[in-house]
Design a protein around this ligand. Sequence first.
Ligand code: AMP
Length: 270
Amino acid sequence: MKIIRDPHEMRAFGAGRRTALVPTMGYLHAGHLALVAEARKHAELVVASIFVNPSQFGPSEDFSRYPRDEAGDLAKLASAGVDAVFMPSAEAVYPSDFSTWVVPEGLVNRLCGASRPGHFRGVATVVTLLFRMTGCDVAVFGEKDYQQLAVIRRMNRDLWLGVEIIGAPIVRESDGLAMSSRNVYLNGDERERALALSRALGAIRDAAAHEKSVEALLARGRSLLEHVELDYLEIVDAATLEPLVRLDRPARALVAAKVGKTRLIDNLAL
Ligand code: AMP
């Protein structure tokens, strides 16, 4: 497994071979490794990137304390059989006079975009840069970040980036909590309370078997979210992310909440 820090070297590495990219911010768990396994099905070379992207964090968010474990991550990626790990420095990605951003509109005004202004500008820009630096043909993203996946699909189409975008299902702990690098922040009591997110989504999915009113389904979900600080609970069109009134097409329930100081997200297909 090659470790590459220089973007020029990265670009040369995959040249001429079908390459799949799995972008991550490190502190890897089984959810990330499932993306690597998915990537393997679509390409000859699999590259995982590890880059904690400063531009997608707000000023009061957790950039400086975001968990990092380079040695552990490299061991996991080596066992998962990736061909290369791309770990550029912040200076290589954002030179001091960097001044060109990818600013998505539309999809980003709601859900996580509403509570994290500038977040998707940072995501869209770094994903574009990672696509260009790796020259990837395919990129795999988790449905865990459902709005992010939608933003990236649309950006890829709008800007003719020409990458095949693959979405992979959410990997969960045995009790239902969606795996996340940020789960490490949770203490024992918070870890217990965090289960409310997946339980609320599960209750909505179960109720959706007979109840088609979105307001009634949201009320059912909210009743299970009393012990977390709810940011949003929404049921939207699975493709456009527009809010629905009735469940009359493929839909997605999405939730974001703070548990203690930790912001968690989760979602489920309805
Ligand atoms: P992150 O390192 O949190 O930026 O995530 C990197 C990639 O892994 C993104 O495409 C995420 O959607 C994906 N991911 C994170 N957690 C999970 C999970 N529990 N299941 C599936 N994919 C995930």
